[in-house]
Design a protein around this ligand. Structure first.
Ligand code: MRU
Length: 349
């Protein structure tokens, strides 16, 4: 399995996703600031991976804190959390992970400082293992939804590289292939950052899963030609009503899928579901640098000074979503009820 991220005694080690697919290199972040920078610059990206990376960043920062007493440690802890929380705004897993580290910190705050440090490292490493287990469970729940054979379209990278291993959308596809289904994946290249061509194609080819790369604007034609039997994507945040924030372009794919009568599945762990956000209009959308649009692999492809929009994510309204696949089972409309039921929240009529 690809090691997207890993805790080591020397720091947090990441496969450098900005260098793939041409170079498989690893970077070790030795401070929490370096972890924050790795998240911001997308050395590590993908909602679940961002969350666990942040948790490891918190553990690293606290481990290396020079605080001489508990009050100073708490001040350091809060500052570290603030720095990591300010990296990327859309993936709710980031805030979920920091909240979980905060809860652990509170639970162990009366222990000796050395013990607190150790407990935070253990918690971050546990989150990594839980993420892989969640993806495998999601795979089992989702695999049965896919056809015995056919074409599956995916957008961005919601694979092992976007998680701690196995993947969400690609985990569902992997599990289906492992169960004997004869699937062929169509990977949208995913402009402007090209997670589909650089990462999804690389990851699937490594696993010998048949893959065809297409430019984003080819998805409609592929659907019309009958080459796509289902769409599976990941999510950065799912609101309480089932609206889904995911990589820019996902909404377009969802609309096309509906027009062609193709099921549109979203695979995401519970750490991506944000019951505190009522609907998609409340989800903050990250705006990224114009250079991602005006330049391709370092080469300028647009006139100097052109006005650019670069929202990194869009929101797919829940009406386009056939089902949401989680590690706890499959949610279907009405999502306001099914998501709360899976979350274990009492649903009142
Ligand atoms: O900007 P990115 O590469 O972090 O965006 C990633 C996505 O949009 C993924 O589809 C999403 O995080 C789900 S990953 C399992």
């Amino acid at each position: 399995m690809i090691k997207t991220l890993e805790w080591t005694d020397g720091g947090v080690r990441f496969i450098d996703q900005t260098k793939l697919p041409t170079e498989e290199t690893y970077v070790t972040c030795v401070t929490y600031e370096e972890v924050a920078n790795a998240i911001r610059t997308m050395i590590v990206r993908g909602a679940p991976a961002i969350g666990v990376a942040a948790a490891m960043g918190v553990a690293l920062g606290v481990r290396d804190s020079q605080a001489a007493n508990h009050a100073a440690l708490k001040r350091d802890f809060n500052h570290i959390c603030d720095v990591l929380a300010a990296t990327r705004p859309t993936a709710v897993n980031l805030f979920w992970a920091i909240r979980r580290m905060r809860t652990k910190f509170e639970q162990v705050s009366s222990q000796p400082i050395a013990q607190i440090k150790q407990d935070l490292i253990t918690e971050a490493r546990r989150m990594m293992l839980e993420d892989i287990a969640a993806n495998e469970a999601m795979g089992k729940h989702g695999a049965v939804l896919l056809p015995a054979s056919g074409g599956i379209l995916t957008h961005c990278n919601a694979g092992a590289l976007a998680t701690c291993g196995y993947g969400t959308a690609l985990g569902v596809i992997r599990a289906a292939v492992e169960s004997g289904k004869k699937l062929h994946v169509f990977a949208d290249e995913t402009r402007p950052f090209l997670q589909g061509s650089r990462l999804t194609a690389w990851e699937l080819m490594k696993d010998d899963i048949p893959t065809t790369l297409i430019a984003d604007n080819m998805a409609g034609a592929m659907m019309r030609q009958g080459k796509i039997d289902a769409v599976v994507v990941g999510a950065d945040r799912i609101a309480a009503n089932g609206d889904v924030a995911n990589k820019i372009g996902t909404y377009t794919v969802a609309v096309l899928a509906k027009e062609h009568g193709i099921p549109f599945y979203v695979a995401a762990p519970f750490s991506t579901i944000d019951l505190d956000t009522p609907d998609g209009s409340q989800i903050p959308i990250e705006q990224r640098s114009p250079e991602e649009v005006t330049h391709l692999a370092g080469k300028q492809i647009a006139p100097d000074g052109v006005r650019v929009e670069n929202p990194a994510f869009d929101v797919t309204p829940h009406g386009y979503v056939t089902a949401i696949i989680t590690e706890r089972g499959v949610a279907r409309a009405p999502y306001a009820e099914s998501l709360r039921e899976l979350a274990g929240v009492k649903v009142t009529a």
